[in-house]
Design a binder for this molecule. Sequence first.
Ligand code: DGY
Length: 313
Amino acid sequence: MESIGVLMPIPMNSYLEGELEKRFNLFKLWTVPHKAQFLKENADSVRAVIGNSSSGADADLIDALPKLEIVASFSVGIDKVDLKKCKEKGIRVTNTPDVLTEDVADLAIGLMLAVLRRLCESDRFVRSGKWKMGDYKLTTKFTGKTVGIIGLGRIGQAIATRAEAFNCPISYHSRSQKADVKHKYYPTVVELAANCDILVVACPLTEETRHIINREVIDALGPKGVLINIGRGPHVDESELVSALVEGRLGGAGLDVYQNEPEVPEELFGLENVVLLPHVGSATVETRTAMADLVIGNLEAHFLKKPLLTPVV
Ligand code: DGY
């Protein structure tokens, strides 16, 4: 294959970077101090952009790269890519579905257990030496709790399968009721929240699902309810979530994603009923390697004029 210019705007994964370096002419924007200068000098050489959950291809970047043919995202979520613009310009877009489903679903269950059984707080209790001075707190049983899932796609269904193994009744909300699914369907998120113990966000981020978790939903979930977010930060009205947790109007939260990552609202740091993770849903060696292989596979397929492995556009 001829040497093709690929732009990776931020560091993502060393295996991916190494493979890209072997096979393409890799531009690493994070080593370049002046983005504008880089684009002025190299824009014509860039035929592919690598995106992920925090850096994609917005309209400005797409317009700045006249030879751009493909955006290959190192993530399943493609909310950072301007899909409309890509469609208009005939730019292909790929993502990394399926290979991360199990890890993200495992992490959702991990967060449920961590919040209800206070795993992180208990760990801090032991490390601080407080066990010798007093007793631990009782926690909340997970088995049998009703789990409400927003978005019953691949990840939502994998969460449901795992939660069922804990005898948790499953209910869900999605754009429409699924004919082949036995779980209870609620046409609104508020109704789902009012009828479950643990509410999990597992849908893609779109204009329709931005702030799908708002004050009304949080109040419906209530002081015993737990919110788990393994989707995207902007699914949640974060200031409403913070106030509800601080005021005790929500029982707890397990968060892997935030509105302005890596910024996390400081008010959450002092709360024991909250578990905070740094967006690590797919962050296992096995899965990140499989995701990187899909990115490379999609780029090679595109430039060898073969069918894309996982096309979005
Ligand atoms: C995804 O793939 O969208 C995940 O959020 C990345 O970890």
